[in-house]
Design a protein around this ligand. Structure first.
Ligand SMILES: [Mn+2]
Length: 324
């Protein structure tokens, strides 16, 4: 019997993309394997489970960059494994192979769940709306929801669900998360309607409360330095810091669009740094971070994987000088 491997990013977009697809095209549980992880864990095609994949088996990949998985993908294709690939991240060269069907769209107003929605002709649109909200694509989410004729309260609830599913995926390892994403997928899998899921399952309320608590902890932290142009925060070495730092940075950026933000999370032997340039002038973050070892990123948002404690002061100076 052939096996089915469903490989998906553990965030709202990955979960909802797979959910839409399997509502429309169910797979037999006994021959199916789920492969997922924390949001940042994107090298999923290199997982050991896939070493057993053989000719005729089917792999479905959702919401992880093809570029980052190209070598592993090519090996699977060469072994005769059939691959369906849905994604909106930078793809690099898409292999041309009889065993590969790729649905890639890197437009900034598209997420993987919207790509799957198009593939399924809108069959489970409401889950694509949840995912688009989760990926912070608010306007596309509202646009996609038009034919569903939802009222404002329902839309706001779907937005909250998207945020909660997305929040759950942030952390260094599965231990940081409230729910392993595979379990969260199994929890939503029986529901065709997210509104029923929110009413019937405790998961939504658990995540909503946990997210609020994490935010309250972050808001208690005073910035190490702050002026009109730049603010720098250091969060402690704790699971809640790793869960909330990305969302905390987004919220700061939205609240202060003319200010640059650096959010550092302490980690044994240094800091993980994320820098967001001012929303009103998104530039310079990549250059600033690239001046430090393990630094890099995009103009508007960049980071340093590991900043040694001895360089904290130098980083703070460079950050303030870059955004005056
Ligand atoms: Mn996504």
């Amino acid at each position: 019997m052939h096996k089915y491997y469903d490989i998906f990013n553990g965030d709202a977009d990955g979960l909802c993309a797979l959910h839409q697809l399997r509502l429309a095209q169910p797979r037999p549980t006994e021959s199916r394997e789920l492969i997922t992880g924390v949001k940042r864990d994107i090298n999923l095609l290199s997982r050991a489970e896939l070493l057993e994949a053989r000719a005729g088996d089917q792999v479905t990949v959702l919401d992880i960059s093809l570029q980052s998985n190209a070598a592993a993908l090519n090996k699977l294709l060469a072994r005769g494994v059939k691959c369906q690939y849905f994604d909106h991240h930078a793809a690099g060269m898409i292999p041309v192979h009889a065993n590969l069907k790729a649905y890639i769209n890197t437009a900034p107003d598209v997420c993987t769940s919207l790509i799957v929605d198009k593939h399924l002709s809108g069959a489970h649109r409401i889950w694509a709306v949840v995912a688009a909200f989760g990926d912070n694509l608010v306007a596309p989410a509202i646009q996609a929801a038009q034919p569903l004729e939802l009222d404002h309260t329902e839309l706001a609830r779907l937005h909250e669900l998207g945020d909660c599913l997305n929040y759950n995926a942030y952390g260094d390892t599965l231990d940081d998360l409230h729910y392993p994403p595979a379990d969260l997928y199994q929890a939503i899998a029986p529901y065709t309607d997210p509104r029923e899921f929110m009413l019937d399952e405790p998961v939504f309320d658990v995540l909503k409360d946990a997210m609020r608590e994490d935010f309250e902890r972050a808001e208690d932290i005073k910035p190490q330095c702050s002026n009109d142009a730049a603010a720098l925060y250091v969060l402690p070495d704790a699971a809640w810091s790793r869960r909330v730092n990305g969302l905390f940075g987004n919220r700061l950026a939205q609240a202060h669009p003319r200010r640059a933000h650096a959010v550092l999370v302490a980690k044994s032997g240094g800091y993980v740094v994320s820098v967001r340039a001012p929303v009103a002038n998104p530039s310079g973050a990549d250059e600033l971070c690239a001046r430090f070892d393990t630094g890099g990123g995009r103009k508007g948002a960049a980071g340093i994987n590991r900043l040694p404690p001895s360089q904290l002061a130098a980083f703070a100076d460079a950050f303030r000088a870059a955004y005056r």
